[in-house]
Design a protein around this ligand. Structure first.
Ligand code: TEU
Ligand code: CA
Length: 543
């Protein structure tokens, strides 16, 4: 049998550290807060934790603008706290993977401060500079966060390039010195004993030549541009030496190219694609779409059936909450989505709070928003003449801050996240939706996650079994099978409140199927079934 990798049957948990648990009463989550909650995570059944950036940063983009790669941000604690967290996690057999942000640095990083100084500075070529005037950028390319990708700098009369905020200048990967410095830094972290990396925005490190303007497909000049392979191979060689787990954030890499990017021989073990959680509809009224979710996940499952490996997720620190996007904020909807996510083929990532059913936040003013891109979007709308109330609704509709509100631990002040006023408001629904509910109710969402994780680990079929989507055209039913030579699992989920009737093939022998797990009353598998209210059923057939 083929060699099995630990990350194939592992379940991951993403921690957004500012919002997880505050241990020292300053309203900001921190490393010692994570240490307090390790047993909570162990009990859930997860195997590894991915922590969003905890490095020194001016926090223009909450830690994704790094000013010192080898220092811990004082908000989060010290290097000793980190080492203690790593040791305690390892003692519980929990692995820790860190965020690796190497497409760009902060504009306060010493390299950039040097680079700005003069055309001759030895660090000049660490970043991308081009001739420009104040009013005329080198080209018309637009950044992900809005506005030009170019910012003019008076000192030298040139502009520098950034695909995110202007405080996040892109590193020049064509410069071997830059790569050397980054690789040294990567080794430094790996030598500390961490278990791997989630590699941020890695599909953007290679850019097209600057000398053309775009007319459509505005992000193509820095999305998975050819030539990137060389750098990815170099990274891969380091990761191999240390035998660590990696997941690349690779927007713009299509499913039919993903086999080269993932699995044993790919650049990373797996990648986060961004297609399946794309919003559908007109600006400001965008929604999640179950048909889109099914269609896209099916493509990725199918493309990586024999080569490569999927990373699975429904929400993260950049997206709204999945129970609000595809559901109606109810516990039933949370459980239905968990069923879909955790039994697909790939390595699932649970985002903090998802396991207790945390929902979107009802933003009432722009002052309640922290995310740079949302604030920028709001002001652009105001400048275009949109009235303030509408601008708020449009800008916050898909804001990153929905998922960044503090973790709801219990029904006490600030949801038990902190005794101080938190950096971002806690959702008022913490009174009902919180982690302590699990101790009150055996039917809690948390316990259902536990059951799903346990189930995955009991059978190879749920790890390696072949995926097939059933009822592909149904608008709300998400149904699929996972099959090996010895058994088939059938996962049947109604992602809607409404009642619907479905039919399976007449040729099946329905007495073969046994129900293993459900979110509601057991219901035998039959040729015709009536489903409603986000119910989910998991069946198995031994062949
Ligand atoms: O996000 C990157 C990201 O969202 C883009 O790579 C994406 O391709 C683009 O929005 C088009 O869909 C990561 C982090 O997750 C995010 O929090 C950071 O703000 C960003 O990188 C910059 O580091
Ligand atoms: Ca704190």
């Amino acid at each position: 049998t083929a060699q099995q990798n630990w990350w194939e049957n592992a379940v991951g948990y993403q921690i957004y550290p500012r919002s997880f648990k505050d241990s020292n009463h300053d309203g900001i989550g921190d490393l010692n807060g994570i240490r307090e909650k390790l047993s909570y995570l162990k009990e859930l059944g997860i195997d590894f934790i991915w922590i969003n950036p905890i490095y020194a940063s001016p926090n223009i983009d909450n830690g994704y603008d790094i000013s010192d790669y080898q220092a811990i941000h004082e908000d989060f604690g010290t290097m000793e706290d980190f080492q203690a967290l790593l040791n305690e996690a390892h003692a519980l057999d929990l692995k820790i993977i860190m965020d690796l942000v190497v497409n760009h640095t902060s504009d306060q990083h010493p390299w950039f401060l040097e680079s700005k100084k003069s055309l001759q500075n030895p660090y000049r070529d660490y970043y991308h500079w081009a001739d420009a005037t104040k009013d005329l950028p080198p080209n018309n390319w637009q950044s992900f966060f809005g506005g030009s990708t170019w910012t003019y700098d008076e000192t030298t009369g040139q502009s520098y390039f950034h695909v995110f905020a202007k405080e996040q200048p892109d590193l020049n990967w064509t410069n071997p010195k830059v790569r050397h410095e980054i690789y040294q830094m990567i080794r430094w972290w790996l030598d500390l004993g961490i278990d791997g990396f989630r590699v941020d925005a890695i599909s953007h490190i290679q850019k097209e030549p600057w000398d053309f303007n775009i007319t459509d497909n505005q992000w193509a000049p820095f999305m998975n541009v050819s030539g990137i392979e060389t750098y990815l191979q170099e990274l891969k060689a380091i990761f191999n030496e240390y035998n660590v787990m990696t997941v690349g954030e690779a927007s713009g890499v299509p499913h039919h190219e993903a086999a080269a990017w993932t699995g044993d021989t790919g650049y990373f073990n797996m990648i986060f694609e961004l297609e399946h959680c794309e919003r559908i509809g007109d600006l400001g009224h965008q929604k999640g779409s179950v048909p889109h979710l099914k269609y896209t996940l099916n493509q990725w499952q199918t493309s990586l059936a024999d080569n490569g490996w999927n990373a699975l997720y429904l929400e993260n620190h950049d997206t709204p909450r999945s129970v609000s996007v595809y559901g109606d904020d109810s516990p039933e909807a949370s459980k239905a989505l968990a069923t879909v996510l955790l039994l697909l083929k790939g390595t699932p990532f649970i985002y903090q709070g998802q396991e207790v059913g945390m929902t979107n936040y009802p933003f009432g003013s722009i002052g309640e928003i922290d995310a740079t891109d949302t604030i920028h979007f709001y002001h652009t709308l105001l400048e275009q003449g949109t009235i303030s109330k509408d601008a708020l609704a449009i800008a916050t509709n898909w804001s990153r801050d929905h998922s960044r509100t503090p973790f709801q631990w219990e029904n006490t002040l600030h949801g038990g996240f902190s005794t101080a006023e938190p950096w971002l408001k806690v959702n008022d629904n913490y009174r009902m939706i919180n982690a302590a509910q699990k101790d009150l109710e055996s039917s809690s969402i948390y316990h259902y996650y536990q059951a799903l994780i346990r189930l995955r680990k009991q059978t190879d079929a749920l790890i390696y079994g072949r995926f097939e989507l059933l009822l592909p055209e149904h608008p709300t039913i998400f149904c699929y099978t996972r099959t090996t030579t010895t058994e088939t699992w059938l996962i049947l989920v109604q992602l809607d409140r409404e009642q619907t009737t479905i039919s399976f093939p007449n040729s099946w022998d329905y007495s073969d199927w046994k129900e293993i797990l459900t979110t509601t009353e057991k219901q035998p598998l039959t040729e015709q079934m009536i489903l409603s209210d986000y119910e989910a059923h998991v069946y198995r057939k031994i062949t």
